[in-house]
Design a protein around this ligand. Structure first.
Ligand code: NDP
Length: 238
């Protein structure tokens, strides 16, 4: 049995990743922050997972929680750093707090969870880390400078950490979604989404299951010689 932790597992993409990894035969720890009920609901429908509270911005508490998970299962094989927040603002309106919250959650959380998971993975010479970036981290988005910067940081972290851990049998890769139909898109009006879809070569939003398929691939044995890569799931946008 392979054991996986998915952070931010109660959101659209996280839930799809949990379901997919369960289908792949993994036992999954379903990380939630505010949405405990959602996490319990996801787990009630599946026999291969359990809900765990994990605030990725609290680095020391997250490390303790991950140590607890390792004690529980014996070996954490797969870490999917998916927790994230978004915000749309003019650059000059971004406050110090907005900036800190964005970077601490979307980039700091990846740092903290990788740092907590790695000692065990290095000891066992096996690990699969999949970080969820964003096409805006590759292209940059107007009115999402802090989000774009944090996601570009996730890509840089992934590439560098892949080099540092490659000899330890650990792969570190990024899935970089385009516009995916989840609650994160609810900040936009239907008209905005329709206009946006016109710019997407495939003419539609992506689905969380399409992102989950890419995560599943990086987490699988088939991807054993692939590390430090960024796989876009973006309908042709990048
Ligand atoms: P959702 O808004 O649906 O879900 C966000 C998830 O992140 C929730 O499970 C939430 O947990 C969790 N979360 C937020 N803050 C924290 C925290 N401090 N600690 C732990 N968990 C936290 O988003 P999506 O499913 O759409 O996004 C998932 C990932 O994909 C994000 O990293 C996002 O940036 C990325 N992405 C999404 C795209 C899209 O178009 N949807 C495009 C590109 C990238 P809870 O509800 O329990 O508080």
């Amino acid at each position: 049995m392979r054991y996986a932790l998915v952070t931010g597992a109660t959101g659209g993409i996280g839930t799809a990743v949990v379901r997919r990894l369960c289908q792949d035969g993994c036992y999954v720890y379903v990380g939630y922050h505010h949405s405990q009920q959602k996490a319990l609901h996801i787990c009630a429908g599946l026999s291969c997972c359990q809900a765990v509270f994990l605030d990725v911005t609290d680095f020391s508490a997250a490390a303790k929680q991950m140590a607890e998970i390792e004690r529980d299962c014996g070996h954490l094989d797969i870490l999917v750093n998916n927790a994230g927040i978004a915000q749309q603002k003019l650059f000059t309106d971004i406050t110090d707090d907005d900036w800190s919250r964005m970077v601490q959650t979307n980039l700091g959380g990846v740092f903290a969870c990788c740092r907590a998971a790695l000692p065990g993975m290095i000891r066992r010479k096996y690990g699969r880390i999949v970080n969820i970036a964003s096409m805006w981290g590759q292209m940059g988005a107007s009115c999402e400078v802090h989000y774009s910067a944090a996601k570009a940081g996730v890509i840089g972290l992934t590439r560098a950490l892949a080099k540092e851990t490659a000899l330890s049998g650990i792969t570190v890769n990024c899935v970089s979604p385009g516009a995916i139909d989840t609650a994160m898109m609810h900040a936009f009006s239907q008209a905005d989404i329709a206009a946006f879809c016109e710019e997407i070569p495939m003419g539609r939003l992506g689905s969380p299951t399409e992102v989950a398929a890419a995560v599943s691939f990086f987490a699988s044995e088939e991807a054993s010689y692939i590390t430090g890569q960024v796989l876009g799931v973006n309908g042709g946008m990048v």
